[in-house]
Design a protein around this ligand. Structure first.
Ligand code: ADP
Length: 329
């Protein structure tokens, strides 16, 4: 970002159901050629106080120091996500800042369009172990489907800058998966859950076509033996109790069940709308390779290679980025 080195930092927030995402500018380079770079950080929503401390420590909020200060002096920050409404009073009372609340979907779309139109290499595919950047020219960007996987999932058809429609969504999203993961595996953090899933084997719990038909019938009928028939389906016929399953296998099964399901819904919506390119965002993805591989595989499988899953750098910060961009409005 070419900016005057002396200009104060810009900061925007996206306060979602699970996470608070912050995007802010910081000076870099120095001297006459100095500019500003974007920084990204997040906090769990239940750790709002830590977020406040961070903002104070980094000098990102200009506190007027006294609770008796006139509200006219209060700094205003761009903020989106449902929490921008819910926690507006906390920001005013504890931090002395006002939140200028922005529509969440507007912000997510602005953030995605900003990345796609301004940051080379921001979009990439991840398939068969290979990450490849996708060249997006302004002429061929629109229309596209944007699937934002957060606590819940929002699916938007984007036709231009600020032109979009929230087509549908599903409540069975990242919050559902992580909630079940906490109950079933005892994991304490999302990263721990992802690490567990890497070491697990989903076929311990998942029922595949071969388990139902037998290998011979599958071969005769040309069915793929390893196709998932029912996630967690093997548990039904097993004598094992929850304690007998390894947390790693449970985590792997959860991740594949939810990821394939969200990818399949995305494929169906894209087909209905005649869209061939689907961008995925939201913190669910968290730059995690096998999550992206599974989404890509499912989109490729269901579309018979007619559609492509494309991922975005900083995928969890689309809303916060869009909110930051709105300072220029
Ligand atoms: P929201 O805006 O609803 O908070 P996000 O896009 O921030 O949604 O995504 C939240 C989801 O991201 C969680 O449900 C979980 O699947 C995943 N996630 C990624 N990192 C974390 C984390 N550090 N803590 C909790 N969930 C995380």
């Amino acid at each position: 970002l070419p900016r005057q080195p002396a200009s104060p930092p810009l900061l925007a927030l996206d306060i979602g159901g699970t996470l608070i995402k912050l995007v802010y500018t910081a000076s870099c380079g120095g001297g006459a050629g100095g500019g500003a770079e974007l920084r990204f950080t997040k906090f769990e929503r239940r750790r709002l106080q830590e977020c406040f401390e961070f903002l104070r420590a980094k000098g990102l909020v200009r506190c007027n120091g006294s609770t008796t200060g006139s509200s006219k002096e209060n700094m205003t920050l761009k903020a989106t996500g449902g929490g921008a409404y819910k926690f507006a009073d906390d920001f005013r009372e504890k931090l002395g800042v006002c939140l200028d609340k922005l529509d969440e979907m507007d912000s997510v779309v602005s953030g995605a369009n900003f990345l796609l139109q301004n940051i080379p290499g921001a979009a990439f595919t991840h398939m068969n172990g290979k990450r490849s950047s996708v060249d997006i020219s302004p002429n061929n960007l629109f229309p596209y489907l944007l699937v934002n996987i957060g606590s819940g999932v929002s699916i938007l058809k984007v036709t231009g800058n600020r032109k979009f429609e929230r087509v549908t969504g599903t409540h069975i999203g990242g919050g559902t998966m992580f909630g079940l993961a906490k109950l079933l595996t005892g994991c304490k953090s999302y990263d721990e859950f992802l690490q567990l899933s890497q070491k697990g084997d989903n076929f311990v719990l998942d029922l595949i076509v071969k388990d139902i038909c037998g290998e011979l019938v599958c071969q005769k009928q040309g069915l793929s033996t390893s196709t998932l028939a029912s996630s967690f389906g093997k548990v039904i016929t097993s004598k094992k109790k929850l304690i007998d399953y390894r947390p790693e296998d449970l985590a792997s099964t959860l991740l594949s069940a939810f990821t394939y399901n969200i990818a399949q819904i995305s494929f169906l919506v894209a087909s209905l709308l005649g869209l061939r390119r689907v961008f995925f965002g939201g913190s669910y993805i968290r730059g995690h390779k096998s999550t992206m591989e599974n989404i890509s595989y499912a989109i490729d499988f269901w579309s018979q290679s007619q559609m492509q899953a494309v991922f975005l750098r900083h995928e969890g910060y689309l809303g916060a980025l869009g909110a930051l961009m709105s300072y220029g409005d």
